[in-house]
Design a protein. Structure first.
Lengths: 329, 79
């Protein structure tokens, strides 16, 4: 299983699946932060925008994800204030521009992205920014990885490259110790991925699992301790709801201590009704590697990148988007 | 999960902020997380933040391996 959505895209963009032998099957995992975000998060963001006339600040590929009553794009077209950013640090400048209006950054991301928001909030605290908030849907990879490692039909893991730059290649040793399964940390060039898959296949066949770091130019065994320290100052583990995996304890991140002043869920409360996903959408199964997009009745017909039903078709790292754009093997 | 690109650090401007060069265009990047970064280093940049410094030696080893593989493929095709 390739855990990371960026790996999914890289594999499809380079047409790697067609090169693999028949007895090596690669399935995509839940490492697409937009894809694993529950529909109710979009609804929550829009409700805050509407009820508080807040300016919603977001990464680009969240804009067209369908909510229960439309997307953030719909919210914008109906007069809502929405700003798209490449860097979370821009949320501070936007908050200053928009003051005294509440400015809410939508916190979607894994361990690569979380430190960037942590640094941003440290800066905001130091500068006394009062109208900036974060709505957290941040997630961490180890708890779901443990759940997936227990699955009998998965024999090895292509581990994320840049999440590992933060966490370090040593953090995955439990895959071997507790589940007897191999993992290889890989880069994103086609040859990086093929070399990693070759290592994985060898270990799966020999029954001698290890964790191998095949992305040594970026990933250290201890990762980036400075980044992790900053995250620990700002966030603490919390429960999180994952599309496809349900509620997983300690797999999310919540603001803590002095940083709770930035928590949008606390300071801009709204009533969020339970969301209902289209029962025909297979995103949940696709995210756990049990089904592939071509098995979905909506794929390419009712669900396309222009007119998506589920987030896997919208996200720049979504498995359905990869299949659609590059053609399924 | 992590789209990130390598760019060279050409200047350290303020506390925790540097400038990277991208095809002649200079862009600001936050280097708070990588206090060990020095001008001339290649940084891995995600969402406007440097998250790690590229290990030059390991990068050369990998690039050499890519070249070796490419040469082996060419040799195979010509055979």
């Amino acid at each position: 299983m390739e855990v990371c959505g960026t790996h999914t895209m890289a594999i499809h963009a380079a047409g790697l699946k067609k090169l693999l032998p028949e007895n090596l099957q690669l399935v995509s995992g839940p490492g697409c932060p937009v894809c694993v975000t529950e529909k109710s998060f979009i609804d929550h963001a829009i409700l805050i925008g509407e009820n508080y006339q807040a300016c919603i600040v977001t990464f680009g590929d969240l804009v067209r994800v369908p909510g229960s009553f439309g997307s953030l794009g719909t919210f914008r077209s109906e007069g809502g204030r929405l700003r798209v950013v490449y860097s979370p640090a821009d949320a501070i400048d936007i908050a200053i521009e928009e003051a005294p209006r509440a400015t809410v950054f939508l916190g979607v991301g894994f361990e690569t992205t979380v430190p960037t928001i942590a640094v941003t909030l440290k800066m905001a605290l130091a500068r006394g920014i009062d109208n900036l908030f974060v709505l957290s849907a941040f997630k961490t990879i180890h708890q779901p990885l443990r759940i997936l490692a227990a699955k009998e039909d998965l024999h090895g893991f292509l581990l994320p490259g840049h999440v590992s730059a933060i966490l370090g290649s040593d953090c995955y040793n439990y895959l071997v110790a507790d589940f007897h399964k191999p993992g290889v940390v890989a880069g994103f060039e086609p040859l990086d991925i093929l070399l990693a898959l070759s290592d994985l296949a060898e270990m799966a066949a020999s029954g001698q699992p290890k964790i191998i770091n095949d992305y040594k130019r970026v990933v250290r065994s201890q990762g980036n301790p400075a980044a992790r320290e900053i995250v620990d100052e700002v966030f603490e583990p919390s429960d999180a709801l994952w599309r496809g995996l349900g509620n997983i304890p300690a797999s999310g991140l919540a603001l803590k201590g002095s940083y709770t002043k930035f928590d949008a869920a606390i300071h801009l409360p709204v009533e969020v009704p339970p969301a209902r996903d289209d029962p025909r959408c297979l995103c949940a199964s696709i995210l756990t590697g049990s089904k592939t997009p071509d098995r979905c009745g909506l794929f390419g017909t009712e669900c396309t990148p222009e007119d998506p039903v589920g987030p896997c078709m919208v996200s720049s790292e979504g498995t359905c988007a990869a299949y659609y754009k590059y053609g399924a093997a | 999960m992590c789209l990130a690109v390598p760019m060279q650090l050409v200047e350290i401007t303020d506390d925790g902020i540097g400038k990277v060069d991208s095809a002649g265009v200079k862009a600001a990047v936050n280097i708070t997380m990588i206090p060990h970064a020095r001008v001339g280093d290649y940084l891995i940049i995600h969402a406007g933040f440097g998250i790690e410094v590229l290990d030059r030696e390991e990068a050369e080893i990998r690039l050499d391996l890519f070249k070796e593989l490419a040469a082996a493929c060419e040799a195979e095709e010509e055979a």
